[in-house]
Design a protein around this ligand. Structure first.
Ligand SMILES: NC(=O)c1ccc[n+]([C@@H]2O[C@H](COP(=O)([O-])OP(=O)(O)OC[C@H]3O[C@@H](n4cnc5c(N)ncnc54)[C@H](OP(=O)(O)O)[C@@H]3O)[C@@H](O)[C@H]2O)c1
Length: 313
């Protein structure tokens, strides 16, 4: 089967650069949107040039330039957006809606993957304020995609490892704790952790797969379904050091939302859903519109979390 031509939007981002790499590695003709707004951001430009050196094509267009965007989209079969999800009530929602408009007008796109890559927003209708805005925005984008009848795949990537694993799920740090670790509730609620390069590899495997058409694909490889206690035990084994465990009851955790800044309030809400409620694992994947990636693509050798943690020793 001929491999689709791919356009990555948000290609210099944390996930986007990995999607570009995976697309090239899996043999797709790969284009990356180069936005004139990058201005004097020399690091972004260097990264774009390095993609070009690896065989990607840079397509120049602003997300605010409808015609330019339509012309870029017309050159490919598949569009993957990895645009930022961190700007609330945002500009970014509007920009992604503009991308949907361009895809609709171009009319040639066989698959669009919007920037999701987290919890499935369709399962987060009950999410706490103010963090729920990120799910609500992703649902708004889904609505626009579906109303325009754009063929799509939604990727539910669960927890990116670098944000949750070395820090043993502690907030406000990315580094391993040295003496003590806060444990959410009894620490036994299961979450799912993914190496970010694996997120990108599974994402690209989906784009030409009819089994992923108009579906939500969960990245839920069995050995990466772990509780916080299991992560802590893995780190203690690797580091040879036992940490003091400080349990945080759910009421105390939720009460800490008061008096903090917006970013922290959002974080507390997300952590509550992840580590007290178990929102990543408290349902089975059996709906007709959902599939699990490691079952679809057993040939991908995903990174286990003890392996991932070794780089932090
Ligand atoms: N599951 C998890 O644990 C987890 C963790 C982090 C992120 N995510 C999700 O992964 C996706 C990508 O996130 P990320 O952290 O990789 O994003 P990021 O690095 O913050 O940004 C990605 C790209 O978004 C574009 N962008 C940002 N601000 C923009 C603006 N004002 N105007 C136009 N473009 C803008 C840029 O594209 P250019 O390359 O064109 O400059 C940027 O490189 C999001 O949907 C996010 O929710 C999930």
């Amino acid at each position: 089967m001929e491999k689709s031509r791919v356009l990555v939007v948000g290609g210099t981002g944390y996930l986007g650069r990995r999607i570009v790499k995976a697309s090239l590695a899996q043999g797709h003709e790969t284009c990356v949107l180069m936005r004139p707004e990058i201005g004097l951001d020399i690091d972004k430009l260097q990264m774009l040039l390095s993609f070009k050196a690896q065989g990607a094509r840079l397509l120049e267009a602003s997300l605010d330039d409808h015609r330019g965007l339509v012309a870029a989209v017309k050159q490919v079969d598949v569009v993957v957006s990895a645009m930022s999800g961190v700007h609330f009530r945002s500009h970014n929602l509007l920009l992604q809606l503009k991308l949907v408009e361009a895809i609709k007008e171009a009319g040639n796109v066989k698959r669009f993957l919007p920037s999701e890559f987290g919890m499935n927003p369709a399962r987060m209708g009950h999410a706490l304020e103010p963090g729920r805005v990120s799910f609500d925005e992703k649902m708004e984008i889904r609505k626009a995609i579906e109303e325009a009848n754009i063929p799509h795949t939604y990727i539910s990537a669960n927890c990116f490892a670098a944000y949750f694993v070395p820090n043993l799920c502690q907030m406000r740090t990315l580094l391993p704790p040295k003496e003590e670790v806060h444990v959410y509730g009894d620490g036994n609620v299961k979450a799912i952790f993914m190496d970010e390069d694996d997120v990108a590899a599974y994402t690209i495997r989906c784009i030409d797969d009819p089994r992923a058409l108009n579906k939500t694909i969960y990245l839920r490889p069995e050995e990466n379904i772990l509780s916080q206690n299991e992560l802590i035990a893995k780190w203690e084994k690797l580091s040879g050091k036992v940490l003091e465990k400080i349990p945080i009851p759910s009421e105390e955790f939720l009460a800490s939302i008061k008096g903090t800044d917006l970013a922290n309030q959002v974080g507390i809400g997300h952590y509550y859903h992840l580590f007290y409620e178990g929102c990543l694992t408290n349902f089975d994947i059996r709906d007709n519109w959902e599939e699990e990636a490691s079952l679809l693509y057993p040939e991908i050798q995903y990174i286990r979390m003890d392996e991932y943690m070794k780089r932090y020793l």
